[in-house]
Design a protein around this ligand. Structure first.
Ligand code: RNT
Ligand code: ZN
Length: 423
């Protein structure tokens, strides 16, 4: 049972233990409070979107598995679920929307016809909730993406359709940024790729580059819109070759002054995104992370506090670029309670950040500079015993969100009252 006084007592002891290492827990907490994570709307309805009733994810080389009951069937339900998730997560966070989540009012509005009016409701809701918005073009789940190619499609008509879609998405993003007075990150991920070994790798990449240049030719104030591009190693149906590979988008982003996006699930299993932070940020000011958890073929399991998350959150903090590294979540699991999935993943990411903020980095750097490899390793391993959980619980208490695992009960209650009734 959670007890307020116990949490406070445990915090006091933790505070002392960290102080012995020269770490100020209060300042770690206040830095954590300033971090805003962008929650992805698509965990709430299995990447279906609201273009038509019962819409489902199709194509794009990504897959949702599971049939847990209770997914959001309307925008109202999605907002209600999001509000529940936010109420269980300490701090104030953003929302990451996809173009297919517009309020189309039952009308068939094609991707090359969307406009800000379909997103006014999201802006109103965001203002009411004090939430900032990010955005994504939806270049999948559409007949014109069925071939597996969009912006690099050999047919100019199809390419133009998707170019127009992304251009409209950037307009909507700038509208969000302006209305909510916080730059909206527009992230572009496209599924384009080959199932089997291609012969012509050159042409699709040249076409993608030209399409992107055309998309970016329209300029927006950086205070309203920031552009990001997301690479991938492979997807279902693009096993042999992805047009927008890491090298392609990294070179593109650096040459065009936009933001590269690294999804934790989009690299070789032993390739670490944590390594990429200090490597790429010598050359670019900002990066976007899609925090995810790859498991074998799937890149989108619910994030938990594992070594990969620890490594990447450490790098975010150690590089001292918290304000330049945008953190977004990207996972979708239809086999469990979806509000619970959001909460697990966001809380795990925040816990990783807190542990990193509680690190006596200067001490470790000194050992390293002295060549004292033993002390560096010993301290890194000893730090695993530190009572960060007590600091986390206290942070939750301060933010008036459930402490420890007590939020599970709230998810269960919400399920009884709300999600389980959606049949
Ligand atoms: C796909 C990318 C992309 C998507 C979302 C839905 O592999 O990770 O970010 O997950 O756009
Ligand atoms: Zn992603």
């Amino acid at each position: 049972m959670f007890k307020k006084s116990r949490t406070e007592k445990a915090y006091k002891i933790a505070e002392e233990s960290y102080a012995e290492l020269g770490v100020d827990t209060d300042s770690a907490i206040s830095r954590l409070r300033d971090i805003s994570i962008s929650l992805h709307c698509w965990q709430g309805d299995d990447v279906g979107g609201f273009e038509k009733p019962d819409a489902e994810l199709s194509g794009g080389g990504i897959q949702v598995t599971g049939n847990h009951p209770g997914k959001a069937r309307t925008i109202q339900e999605l907002r209600q679920d999001l509000e529940k998730a936010y109420s269980l997560i300490p701090g104030s966070h953003r929302l990451n929307l996809h173009a297919m989540y517009g309020e189309f009012g039952g009308n068939l509005v094609d991707r090359n016809e969307i406009s800000t009016e379909y997103f006014q409701g999201w802006v109103d809701w965001a203002k009411e909730q004090s939430i900032k918005l990010d955005f994504n073009a939806t270049c999948f789940s559409h007949p014109k993406a069925d071939s597996g190619f969009t912006l690099s499609h050999p047919d100019k008509e199809i390419r133009d359709f998707w170019i127009e879609h992304v251009k409209l998405c950037r307009k909507i993003s700038a509208f969000f940024g302006k209305e909510l007075e916080s730059p909206c990150i527009h992230n572009l991920w496209i599924p384009d790729g080959f199932k089997d070994i291609p012969v012509d790798r050159w042409t699709p990449r040249a076409l993608l580059k030209a399409s992107l240049d055309e998309i970016l030719s329209e300029k927006f104030a950086p205070s309203e819109l920031k552009d990001a591009v997301e690479s991938k190693l492979f997807g279902i149906g693009s096993e042999a070759h992805v047009v927008g590979s890491h090298e392609f988008y990294l070179a593109y982003a650096l040459s065009r002054g936009i933001i590269p996006c690294f999804d934790l699930g989009h690299f070789h299993p032993t390739e670490s995104v944590a390594e990429k932070v200090s490597a790429t940020m010598q050359f670019c000011d900002e990066i976007l992370l899609h925090v995810s958890r790859p498991v074998r073929w799937d890149s989108d399991h619910v994030v938990v506090l594992n070594d990969d998350i620890r490594a990447v959150t450490e790098e975010i903090v150690r590089s001292n670029r918290l304000d330049k590294i945008h953190i977004a979540l990207d996972f979708f699991d239809a086999s469990m309670n979806r509000v619970g999935a959001w909460t697990i993943g966001t809380r795990a990411t925040l816990k990783g950040l807190l542990i990193a903020l509680l690190e006596p980095t200067q001490m470790l750097k000194t050992y390293e500079a002295e060549g004292n490899n033993f002390a560096r390793l010993a301290m890194l391993d000893s730090l695993k015993n530190m009572p960060f959980g007590a600091v986390w619980d206290y942070y939750c208490l301060q933010n008036e969100v459930p402490v420890g695992a007590s939020w599970l009960k709230e998810i269960n209650e919400y399920d009884v009252e709300v999600t389980s009734k959606r049949v």
